[in-house]
Design a protein. Structure first.
Length: 82
């Protein structure tokens, strides 16, 4: 199953809401989330979904900008050192 990630970490502190409120609004939108911390130790949330359309609906509803990537794909990369 493909999964998509919004490459815009959401910081509840900067959004002036509680972490629990942010998580609830993400779930209400039919999305899920990954929890992480920023360099200062504050929690940040990455929104994930099964379709890019769900993420599009979320960012439109809450007026958030960001880039959506598929994070379950396998990518081949060749690195050449000169």
């Amino acid at each position: 199953m493909k999964r998509y990630l919004l490459l815009q970490p959401l910081n509840p502190y900067s959004l002036r809401i509680k972490l629990s409120e942010l998580k609830a609004s993400i779930r209400t939108s039919g999305c899920d989330y990954l929890l992480a911390t920023d360099a200062k130790g504050h929690p940040v949330v990455y929104v994930i979904a099964n379709t890019p359309e769900k993420l599009s609906e979320f960012v439109t509803e809450y007026d958030i900008e960001g880039v959506v990537v598929e994070y379950t794909g396998v990518y081949d990369q060749v690195v050449t050192l000169e």
